[in-house]
Design a protein around this ligand. Structure first.
Ligand SMILES: NC(=O)c1ccc[n+]([C@@H]2O[C@H](COP(=O)([O-])OP(=O)(O)OC[C@H]3O[C@@H](n4cnc5c(N)ncnc54)[C@H](O)[C@@H]3O)[C@@H](O)[C@H]2O)c1
Length: 280
């Protein structure tokens, strides 16, 4: 995709953080945007911001973990904009801090429904439209936690490693079949968004310290959502298979490739003290 002008993009999780910034930036570059989020008010505000800058966007509200709702959404977008989508940005996501030992199935399934299945549903619901557009691109948001694991992030790691594997396989398939769809997997480092506020915390003590967790997250986040959006869109235009967002994601990429499995020692020594009071 060499230009975004006149293209149609579906962006999930567009009510906050990275999704909102990507939706606004895409619209600024002339893309028509189908912005969606489970929070209707939040996505309505994103669309208001786009329209006030003379962009073209429409707000949708549904749960990405609901497969049927995602397929209905894809059909509604095509109908409303009278065209097949060119881009799907599967960005909606949530966090969970819990040890494997004590994690509740309910929390694990909640996270996988959104962060893993939501990405697969979005990909497969929109794929026929992207092919039909003759100039399509799937953008799936993983994380630096799709490259390394950490303490208390097993569910998040499972989903984000899963997104990476699924997305890389899709890219290979699209190339092998010579279909007109590019595929990128996004690995953000820490981005200053609301994700820590909406994350579920479930620790051994049963009374995880949310204030401490949010403070730790604030210290770990080096990049603004606007900068993240810029990097993601450059990655789309550059057709990059792997889009690393932020200096920390670049460091993690190098560490993981150079020290191999020994990164686990670093994660144990560096990440645990930062999460003081939240140890399993
Ligand atoms: N912020 C970071 O440091 C960071 C790092 C790596 C990866 N990511 C990933 O980036 C993506 C965006 O996260 P963010 O940091 O912008 O968070 P955010 O909380 O600011 O935004 C996430 C949005 O997703 C929406 N959402 C949540 N559950 C949903 C559901 N079931 N259906 C539809 N929408 C839903 C929320 O309402 C919210 O508007 C996520 O996939 C996250 O895992 C974030």
């Amino acid at each position: 995709m060499k230009s975004l002008k006149g293209k149609l993009a579906a962006v999930t999780g567009a009510g906050s953080g990275i999704g909102r910034a990507v939706a606004i930036d895409l619209a600024r570059r002339g893309c028509r945007v189908a912005a969606s989020d489970i929070q209707a008010d939040a996505v309505a505000e994103t669309v208001r911001l786009i329209k006030s800058a003379k962009g073209d966007a429409k707000a949708y509200s549904f749960d990405v973990a609901d497969r049927e709702a995602f397929y209905q959404h894809a059909a509604a977008v095509k109908k409303d904009f009278k065209a097949p989508a060119n881009l799907v940005i599967n960005n909606a996501g949530v966090g969970l801090a819990a040890s494997v030992l004590e994690m509740k199935w309910e929390d694990f399934e909640w996270l996988m429904g959104i962060n893993f299945w939501g990405v697969c549903y979005g990909t497969q619901a929109f794929l026929p439209q992207l092919i039909e557009s003759r100039d399509g691109h799937v953008v799936n948001v993983s994380s630096m936690y799709g490259m390394i694991s950490g303490p208390l992030t097993s569910a998040y790691n499972a989903a984000k490693f899963g997104v990476r594997g699924y997305t890389e396989a899709l890219r290979i398939e699209m190339k092998a079949a010579r279909l007109p769809v590019e595929v990128s997997c996004v690995h953000p480092g820490g981005i200053r968004t609301n994700i820590a506020k909406t994350s579920r915390l479930a620790t051994a003590s049963g009374n995880a310290d949310r204030a401490k967790f949010e403070k730790w997250f604030a210290r770990m986040t080096l990049t603004t959502p606007e900068k993240a959006a810029q990097i993601i869109i450059s990655g789309i235009l550059g057709n990059r298979p792997r889009i690393l967002v932020g200096p920390d994601a670049h460091v993690i990429d190098v560490v993981q490739r150079t020290v191999g499995i020994r990164y686990q020692w670093l994660a144990q020594t560096l990440l645990n003290p930062l999460m003081a009071g939240m140890k399993p």
